[in-house]
Design a protein around this ligand. Structure first.
Ligand SMILES: [Cu+2]
Length: 471
């Protein structure tokens, strides 16, 4: 049986982040003690002390739920409850989650394990858990109203099934789902293969995280639950850059990253400096003949993707969603484009009325990262995170894969910034710069010359904006 002490030891780097939950011991005498996590740190892999052996995953800014063995059954205890999640240093959100965190802890089992999961509901409303992607008896699938009555506030339900196929899965509520997922209720599930599997390779590092999104107004704490697409916080495991940990690996490690998408849009996940294979989906490991190399893979809504690559290039490699709005934080979207607009006259007039008025955006948004504008309390600036050469000008779904020659096996700690060998970094050109040749009478180039060269017959009607422009 895994005691709490063994578990604390297994957590290693976490350093006493686990606190006992305030559940009456007598009331839960037959249940495994719920383990609560209050820190958002990436915890060391939880090496299995009981049950079948496996190579554990590392949950980015998260942790794995310990279990107890009870007559050959692996017993877990999830507690659905309101949580306070630090989404980045200086910014916390009031979410709903499991066992002290959002997302909840990762559940790791082995193919063929019989699993019993106690779910205690400490939310103000009913809930249920759907085990996304699992083969299981219909009554265990967790759709409230369809497969089971919803779990009322204050009650504990038990789910029990055999983890039949290995792969990458997740769990989330299937009761008042829109609200509960907008509030952060979700978690990762990994079923490891029992022994060698023809389509599942052994890897040196195995990371996982969920894509999630929130709409939290600057200066407030609780997500707006009715938002459908226009979220302002795009996160990995409810963390936003620069609050997302880097993925630290040793040179030539074989690396697997498992990603699940519980947002309401797709995310093209992009890795710099390497090519990867998609080795698994929520349907299980992909047949080898279907795999091809990519540097970006789209993870659609409700999907899981496993990517694998050999980390054979040293350095700090950007790893991010390629939708550029998803690498921003707390941005408003109803902002006019001001690039190229000369504000000088109007800015003077406005500053007479609004003394602090400031022109911004006329040279692009990069200025925003430097001006240290006052922002509301409990907000992370929209483009942030300093690298060794200045602002990275990124937020949201962004992290760095750090590949180092001297990263010890099993060491997931941050090695600091990469030191580029001499002559291997972009630098300022100090020779003479010639005036560029520009094509005269531009229009169409050589292969597609413009039919009419005379511009004088083009009439332009300028419609000036007025208060009743009718656009
Ligand atoms: Cu995205």
């Amino acid at each position: 049986m895994t005691s709490r002490r063994t578990f604390l030891q297994a957590l290693g780097i976490s350093g006493g982040a686990v606190a006992a939950a305030g559940v009456g011991k007598a009331a839960l005498a037959a249940l495994p003690e719920p383990v609560i996590q209050t820190k958002p740190d990436t915890m060391a892999p939880l090496l299995p002390q009981t049950g079948r052996p496996y190579n554990p995953v590392v949950t980015l800014n998260g942790w794995t739920l310990p279990w107890r063995m009870n007559n050959g059954v692996k017993e877990f205890h999830l507690v659905a409850e309101p949580v306070v999640r630090e989404m980045a240093p200086g910014f916390t959100a009031h979410l709903w989650g499991y066992n002290g965190q959002s997302p909840g802890p990762t559940i790791e089992v082995v193919e063929g394990d019989r699993v019993r999961i106690f779910v205690t509901n400490r939310l103000p409303e009913h809930t249920s858990i759907h085990w996304h992607g699992q083969r299981l008896p219909n009554g265990m699938d967790g759709v409230a109203g369809l497969n089971q009555p919803a779990i009322p506030s204050g009650k504990t339900y038990v789910y029990e099934f055999v983890a039949r196929r290995p792969g990458t899965f997740m769990y989330h509520p299937h009761a008042d789902e829109m609200v509960q997922m907008a509030m952060g209720m979700m978690g990762f599930w990994v079923t490891h293969p029992k022994g060698r599997h023809p389509l599942i390779d052994e890897v040196d590092r195995d990371f996982c995280f969920l894509l999630n999104a929130y709409d939290i107004d600057p200066g407030s704490y609780t997500p707006k639950i009715m938002t459908m697409l226009d979220f302002n916080l795009w996160s990995w495991n409810s963390r936003i850059f620069p609050g997302i940990d880097s993925l630290n690996v040793r040179l030539n490690d074989k690396v697997r990253i498992r990603i699940g998408n519980l947002t309401m849009t797709n995310h093209p996940i992009h890795l710099h400096g390497h090519e990867f294979l998609v080795t698994g989906t929520d349907g299980g490991p992909t047949p080898k003949g279907t795999r091809w190399y990519e540097v970006t893979t789209d993870v659609a809504v409700g999907q899981m993707r496993q990517i694998e690559f050999r980390a054979d290039e040293e350095g700090d490699w950007a790893f991010h969603c390629h939708k550029s709005h998803h690498t921003m934080n707390a941005m408003g979207h109803d902002v006019p484009t001001l690039i190229g607009v000369d504000h000088r006259g109007i800015a003077k007039k406005i500053s007479k009325l609004v003394p602090d008025y400031m022109v911004m955006g006329e040279r692009g948004m990069a200025d925003m990262t430097e001006m240290d504008m006052p922002i509301p309390d409990n907000t992370v600036p929209m483009m942030t995170g300093d690298g060794p050469f200045g602002s990275v000008e990124m937020g949201g779904m962004f992290s760095v894969v750090k590949v180092r020659r001297d990263q010890k096996p099993g060491d997931y700690s941050n090695p600091g910034w990469f030191k580029h060998p001499p002559g291997t970094m972009a630098r300022e050109f100090d020779g003479a710069v010639q005036t560029p040749h520009r094509q005269s009478g531009a229009g169409g180039g050589q292969s597609m010359p413009r039919a009419r060269q005379d511009a004088s017959d083009v009439e332009v009607h300028v419609r000036k904006p007025t208060h009743k422009a009718g656009h």
